[in-house]
Write a protein that binds this ligand. Structure first.
Ligand SMILES: Cc1cc2nc3c(=O)[nH]c(=O)nc-3n(C[C@H](O)[C@H](O)[C@H](O)COP(=O)(O)O)c2cc1C
Length: 191
């Protein structure tokens, strides 16, 4: 049995979401899957993938347009394979960073997740003054510099995805067995 192929596509302006996506891809590989890491703006289609993870940094409560475009354009293909979505964003001390998984997705992302049958979650973000840029300066001046990414939770989320995709592949490869439908939209792991 070949390892399941999973696309990990992300949109990132200042690399923190890219690092989350990289960590997810590394954990999927360590868990026995094949993971292709790509920026959302470079993804042409979903051909050959058994599952997909798509994520974007949040800016002004919105996903990057390239990530939304990918969901819209490939909604049929994504609906046909298990798909997980993640937002990365909340920064600063407070309930948003203490429990980012409880945050609602932006309305357009939530609607597409419903349509696709994708599960979605949110991870904390990072403001690193060293990355530069006016937007980062504004957030730093507002006292929001820091790193709220929880890589233990991110890796656990990826491991749960790998487990589910591998179980599905075993069922699919067993002769005469039906393929289970993807579950309804919700977080893949607690907390
Ligand atoms: C100008 C600006 C606006 C932001 N708006 C939001 C927001 O609306 N919601 C949120 O959760 N995070 C927001 N953030 C935080 C970013 O999502 C966070 O820094 C994230 O880690 C950036 O990811 P990236 O490094 O991949 O671009 C904002 C950050 C900046 C600089």
């Amino acid at each position: 049995m070949r390892p399941p192929r999973i696309l990990v596509a992300y949109a990132s302006r200042h690399e923190s979401t890219a690092e989350i996506a990289g960590s997810i891809a590394a954990e999927l590989r360590a868990s026995g899957c094949s993971a292709a890491l790509a920026e959302t703006r470079t993804v042409a289609d979903l051909a050959g993938f058994d599952a997909a993870v798509v994520g974007s940094a949040l800016y002004l409560d919105r996903w990057d347009s390239s990530a939304i475009d990918l969901l819209r354009r490939e909604r049929s293909a994504l609906a046909g394979i298990p798909t997980w979505l993640f937002s990365s964003g909340p920064v600063g001390v407070g309930t948003a960073t203490a429990h980012p998984e409880r945050l609602p997705q932006p309305p357009d992302v939530a609607a597409l997740a419903d349509e696709i049958g994708a599960r979605a979650t949110t991870f904390g973000g990072r403001i690193d003054p060293a990355t530069g840029g006016l937007d980062i300066e504004v957030m730093t001046t507002a006292g929001l510099a820091g790193d709220w990414r929880d890589f233990d939770r991110i890796r656990a989320w990826a491991r749960a995805i790998a487990g589910e995709v591998k179980a599905r592949a075993v069922v699919r490869d067993a002769p005469g067995e039906p393929v289970p439908a993807a579950d309804a939209a919700s977080d893949a792991t607690p907390g």
